[in-house]
Design a protein around this ligand. Structure first.
Ligand SMILES: Cc1ncc(COP(=O)(O)O)c(C=O)c1O
Length: 410
């Protein structure tokens, strides 16, 4: 099988490193993609389940822009809704009727939601959710899961990160995932001072197996938070509309007070949403939160079209079916070469790890060999599938996986 070269990406990265800190920063940084020479850094075009890098190499994309792409790149229904709105108005001096339409749609779609609020990024709304929890309770402490991620604001970053002070972290109390006793202990240690609890619906850290909630975990968490009057925030930024159209809490059977959505809500157009229960609506109205582009109507029209399309297709079921098929085949191919490929998390956005080497080096090597052959895999982050991933894509991916296993063996 032919393997790709990336001279165009390397040349652009050299230029980027001169004028942009890190060259390419944040979650698109090539740093965790090891070995770096097996990865493209810049894409020139994308369509359906695929993108093309600046060297013209074609990839079946299993990162889906790290989650936003859910219906395939360039989905005609979403793009047409966006274009039609752009012909009317986007950023303007007044709010758009699309904002009201989108809020009404979300309130109807999401059982716990009585209101919706829009911003741009995931961090905008996880911040807002935490501010609402503090404003509603008059308390300071926020409980978060160790290894959980809610964006780049200083309170959300892991302790010890550059530019983050001890004071930024002072009121964040971290507990292990799936540990009710640890959660209870926080309420004992900080009586009357816990404003809220923020968590993803299941645990999807980087560089580690993903973990589902234990039987009864969410119901116990919900009861504990209600007992102590703390606000229950679900960060559905990554899982939202991939597990269940009503929010991932519906999939797991519990009722949070606030849900944060972003990524897949508009198939890549920039918009995030916070939805919440009636009891927090007045507090949400009092907390000041806004941004230069938060009223742009194009992404709101795209979100409406995307959500309707996801619902029409029953996208969560399609994604799980595609994921299951892909995963079963890959595990069998790994086994045929004598390797154990462990798959954790939801099938449509699973985390993969070859367990035969606990250092992850073998897994990194295999992901790199697959990427060199046209299946874009990272080794540190969960992957994503979209409704545009076809049987042909899956078969081609299996062929690539097979060849990559041969390569790492030799
Ligand atoms: C669970 C979760 N929460 C919050 C965020 C932050 O979103 P953003 O990068 O749009 O601020 C992310 C981003 O990856 C995420 O996965």
């Amino acid at each position: 099988m032919e393997t790709y070269q990336f001279p165009g990406s390397a040349a652009l990265f050299k230029r980027a490193a001169k004028v942009i800190p890190c060259g390419v920063y944040g979650h698109f940084s090539p740093a965790p993609c090891v070995p770096a020479d097996a990865y493209p850094f810049f894409a020139s075009r994308a369509n359906g389940s695929r993108f093309w890098d600046v060297d013209g190499n074609e990839f079946i994309d299993y990162m889906c822009a790290y989650g936003p792409m859910i219906l395939g790149y360039g989905n005609p229904v979403v793009d047409e809704a966006f274009r039609a709105q752009m012909n009317q108005a986007d950023s303007c001096s007044l709010a758009s009727p699309k904002m009201v339409e989108l809020a009404e749609y979300l309130v109807n779609l999401i059982p716990i939601a009585n209101w919706a609020f829009f911003a741009k990024n995931g961090a905008d709304i996880t911040n807002f959710a935490v501010m609402i929890a503090r404003a509603a309770t008059g308390r300071k402490k926020i409980i978060a899961i160790r290894g959980g991620y809610h964006g780049t604001s200083p309170w959300m970053q892991a302790p010890g990160h550059h530019g983050v002070t001890e004071e930024d972290q002072e009121n964040i109390v971290r507990v292990p995932w799936n540990d009710i006793a640890a959660l209870e202990a926080v309420f004992d240690r900080h009586p009357g001072d816990v404003a809220g609890f923020i968590s993803t619906p299941y645990h999807h850290p980087v560089f580690a197996d993903n973990e589902m909630p234990a039987e009864g975990y969410w119901q116990k968490v919900q009861a504990l938070l209600r007992k102590h009057g703390a606000v229950f925030i679900i960060d559905d930024v990554r899982c939202g509309f991939r597990l269940h159209m009503g929010g991932s809490c519906e999939y797991f059977g519990f009722k949070p007070d606030l849900i944060c959505f972003c990524k897949a809500i508009a198939n890549g157009y920039p918009i995030s949403a916070l939805v919440g229960v009636e009891a927090l609506k007045n507090t949400a109205a009092k907390v000041f939160h806004t941004g230069s582009y938060w009223f742009s109507a194009g992404p709101m029209a795209a979100a409406l079209a995307c959500l309707k399309e996801l619902k029409r297709l029953d996208a969560p079921e399609i994604l799980r079916a595609i994921g299951r098929k892909l995963n079963e085949g890959m595990v069998a191919i790994a086994k045929s070469h004598g390797y154990d490929l462990k798959v954790t998390g939801d099938p449509g956005m699973a985390y993969y790890r070859i367990t035969d080497d606990p250092t992850l080096m073998l897994h990194q090597q295999w992901c790199a060999e697959c990427t060199r052959r046209g299946a874009f895999f990272t080794s540190h982050h969960n992957w994503f599938v979209s409704t545009a991933h076809s049987d042909k894509d899956i078969q081609q991916t299996w062929d690539i996986c097979d060849d990559a296993f041969k390569a790492i063996k030799s």
